[in-house]
Design a binder for this molecule. Structure first.
Ligand code: SF4
Length: 431
């Protein structure tokens, strides 16, 4: 979502004649768009500002704006501790950026703009064209979260759940495909909580599926609690909706899910997957896991491993629990570091073996790849298959934006290497 926000910030500032610079030394205004999810996010901001101070020691200082969730979480503290920063702007108020820049230019004052103005921001986003021209484009459809998982800062940094107007999203999809996008990735902290005047995520997917210029649809990140039957039906009905579901589960233990305030049980999670597989047999799964959450016993951890093996996630993103200041879990007793590290090691080893097994079986199989980019300086192209696997193919013709049948010849942990299958349609691409 930060990538999407950064692009929209660029679209805003173009209105006051700012543009993207190629090198740091040319910058008049430095925007640091921050994320607060990972550890030490605030320290990283101070570190980055320190780097800027050195870079501009003997030059005119640029305007320094800290945007995003660290700005939201820290607010005045950033301004107080670091005089070099001119303004902090929360993720729901970046539509104010031009006013802020003009104010700072006139040396009015240093500014804290961290109100939750999501509806106004969505309105303002509609007034600027989304100029991004990429094969695969993000589009924010929903922001914020009302779930209040005990470990998570999002409800405090992105504010309450708020959905963008249905027709505005469809207009932005049109802008993106007019600019050459073939794939749209619908974004939200709780993307399947999307609800605008009773229109749901499934309604959006059905509508985008009708757009002849869109070839692929994805969405992220969804929550099991909001995974309704209409969305399952959309997976079955909409051919352009890719058959990979990223559905964070965090733990395989009901006790831990309750302690996290996730609002669902493992049985309910499994029921969703069962229904989905019934309607869409080729669906595959990826998920997020927090290892060694406070109170996790060996038995709880074994349940997480059991779930991993049962559902055979093709990608599992796992981290040791780390406390976020201000969240309820930050006050809970942490699991001993050595135990946490051992569990993460075991989990990642098992998840890695599952992934390797899955990828090894892809060798010599056929897959369909949307080509996104040329690999720098080489006659190679990067794309993704339907399951979001990275694929590289050799070719000396420009393949960007093409959807090609590829035979996988080789793979490693992160990338599949393939050859274009030559048929009538693709004969011209044969290297
Ligand atoms: S549902 Fe997701 S975004 Fe919301 S509080 Fe839980 S982890 Fe954070």
């Amino acid at each position: 979502m930060n990538e999407y926000d950064s692009n929209r910030i660029l679209d805003f500032v173009k209105k006051i004649n700012y543009c993207l610079t190629k090198s740091l030394k040319d910058t008049d205004c430095y925007v640091l768009n921050t994320c607060h999810i990972r550890e030490k996010a605030t320290e990283k901001v101070y570190h980055e500002v320190g780097r800027l101070k050195k870079e501009f020691k003997d030059k005119k200082k640029p305007i320094i704006l800290i945007v995003g969730c660290v700005a939201q979480a820290e607010g005045d503290m950033l301004l107080k501790k670091e005089k070099y920063i001119d303004a902090v702007i929360g993720p729901q108020s970046y539509h104010e950026i031009n006013k802020i820049i003009l104010n700072v230019e006139k040396k009015y004052s240093r500014i804290n703009s961290t109100e939750f103005e999501t509806i106004e921001k969505f309105d303002q986003l509609n007034l600027i064209k989304n100029n991004e021209s990429k094969t695969s484009s993000y589009i924010t459809i929903q922001e914020g979260c009302d779930k209040f998982c005990k470990f998570c800062v999002v409800p405090y940094t992105r504010g309450p759940e708020c959905s963008r107007p249905f027709s505005d999203i469809l207009s932005e999809v049109k802008q993106l495909v007019d600019n050459g996008s073939k794939e749209v990735v619908l974004l939200g902290q709780n993307v399947n909580g999307y609800n605008y005047q009773n229109k749901k995520l499934s309604d959006l997917i059905y509508s985008i599926n009708e757009n002849k210029e869109v070839e692929r649809i994805r969405y992220t990140t969804s929550h099991p609690k909001d995974f309704s039957n209409d969305l399952i039906e959309a997976h079955a009905d909409c051919k352009k909706l890719m058959p990979l579901l990223h559905l964070p589960v965090q733990s395989g233990s009901n006790k831990i899910l309750k302690n996290m305030n996730r609002g669902h049980t493992i049985e309910e999670y499994l029921e969703i997957i069962e229904k989905l597989k019934d309607k869409k047999p080729n669906i595959k799964l990826s998920s997020d896991f927090i290892i060694a959450y406070p109170g996790e016993t060996n038995d709880d951890f074994d349940k997480t491993l059991k779930l991993l093996h049962e559902l055979k996630f093709i990608n599992s993103y796992s981290f040791i629990f780390s406390a976020r200041p201000g969240t309820p879990a930050a006050d809970m007793n942490k699991i001993e570091n050595k135990i946490a590290k051992d569990r993460l090691f075991v989990f990642q080893r098992e998840a890695g073996l599952l992934k390797k097994n899955y990828r090894d079986k892809l060798v010599e199989s056929k897959t369909t790849v949307l080509i996104e980019n040329k690999v720098n300086g080489q006659n190679k192209y990067f794309g993704r298959d339907e399951y979001f696997n990275s694929v590289i193919v050799n070719c000396d013709k420009d393949l960007r934006g093409e959807i090609l049948d590829i035979k996988i010849k080789n793979c490693n942990q992160n990338t599949l290497y393939g050859e274009i299958i030559v048929n009538d349609k693709y004969e011209e691409y044969a290297a």
